[in-house]
Design a binder for this molecule. Structure first.
Ligand code: DGY
Length: 381
């Protein structure tokens, strides 16, 4: 018995309903839920449409309201945990989660995940190519954190550790429903925590490749990602010191294929608008936090305003800065939140100007080799 769940908030109801209809039409799927962040016009529109899909496919299709289960900002984590809790109580064998904003969702996502579960994998994550300037939290925060905290395991090599597209089999759903760490993570940090928790369950993890990439709305200036950035950073910090998957952990993956040509040309965010956010001078509180870096690194950053020195934020300097953030960042502290965003912005812009501008293949090779280098550095410490 398989269930599909779409958490949603402000996505276009017709997109959410289109994705729900695709899931309902799949023979492997017995029921579809959308979990709404709040009551309102969007939730009502999806609820009305769900009734029609249910009648057309003769299976239950419904909208749930997310419950307040966690301790952090009420967000995507509460939505996913609402579904995990209820699916565990109902005893579903397989639960698929998909972000509601995917514009190229089709049955092959479901079929690919089901096939891997049929082959005995307890968790299936979807992997897909993304634009060279997309996934900047994945590439600059999460994968480097996995490389430092869990070197030598498969975690740093997972393609989409922040992806909300995952299939969980019953034992995974039950363990996640019983995990305090997962339940408390009500914000954007949920994907990081789910990726970690499912990787240490010992039930096998498979990455199913979606060759066309995940198509979704892209960003304006990068301040649109500030909340996600600080919450994903905090989630990464919360993993420091925890045990990683064992060397015998079962991990399989479809091979990657050549990304579609149009995806290689996409610029995922507004570069000039983001550059304007850097600021001409370092705020005093942030400068005193940066001063905790080794002298040479702090000197390189503080010798001029952020908008003039951002190009110095290369992979080596970022390794030091990322280490400082991982060890000292405090969620809810305005100075740390503002500083973490500014430093990440400097890193993303430096990479965009220096590497992403060289072409897709060069940029992706650079990102992958940087994470590998961080992992090697971390293992030798
Ligand atoms: C990421 O970095 O993967 C986030 O989805 C933002 O693009």
């Amino acid at each position: 018995m398989s269930l599909v769940v779409f958490p949603f908030k402000s996505e276009d109801p017709s997109l959410v309903l289109g994705n729900m209809a695709i899931a309902a039409a799949n023979d492997a799927i017995d029921e579809v839920w959308a979990v709404a962040a709040e009551e309102g016009a969007g939730e009502k529109a999806v609820d009305r449409g769900a009734g029609e899909i249910s009648r057309a496919h003769l299976k239950p299709v419904s909208v749930l309201l997310q419950q307040r289960l966690g301790k952090l900002r009420p967000g995507k984590g509460d939505a996913m945990n609402t579904a995990i809790k209820r699916a565990a109580e109902d005893g579903w064998d397989r639960v698929h989660f998909y972000d509601a904003d995917i514009t190229n969702f089709d049955s092959s996502w479901i079929d690919g995940a089901e096939a891997a579960a049929d082959n005995g994998y307890g968790v299936v994550r979807h992997r897909f190519p993304r634009a060279a300037t997309d996934a900047m939290i994945t590439w600059m925060i999460t994968r480097p954190a996995f490389a430092r905290i869990f070197p030598g395991t498969f975690l740093p090599r997972l393609d989409q550790p922040l992806g909300g597209e995952v299939l969980l089999t019953r034992s995974a759903v039950e363990s996640l429903a019983g995990s305090e760490m997962v339940r408390e993570r009500s914000d954007w940090g949920i994907d990081t925590v789910l990726t970690y928790t499912t990787s240490v369950m010992g039930i096998g993890l498979y990455e199913h490749h979606v060759a066309d990439g995940k198509r979704h709305a892209l960003y304006g200036s990068l301040d649109e990602l500030k909340e996600m950035l600080i919450e994903c950073l905090d989630a990464a910090c919360s993993l420091d010191g925890l045990p990683g998957p064992g060397s015998d952990a079962r991990h399989g993956s479809d091979p990657a294929s050549d990304p579609p040509e149009d995806l290689k040309r996409i610029v995922a965010y507004d570069i000039e608008g983001s550059r304007r956010l850097l600021g001409k001078v370092w705020p005093e509180d942030e400068a005193s936090l940066v001063a905790a870096l080794p002298d040479e690194a702090a000197g390189r950053l503080l010798s001029d305003g952020p908008d003039r020195v951002f190009g110095r934020m290369d992979a080596n300097l970022w390794y030091e800065v990322h280490g400082l953030l991982l060890g000292r960042f405090v969620l809810g502290d305005p100075s740390w939140e503002s500083l973490a965003f500014r430093l990440w912005l400097m890193r993303v812009l430096a990479y965009t100007v220096q590497q992403a501008s060289q072409g897709y293949d060069e940029a992706m090779g650079y990102l992958r080799s940087t994470v590998e280098r961080y992992e090697t550095t971390a293992s030798s410490c």
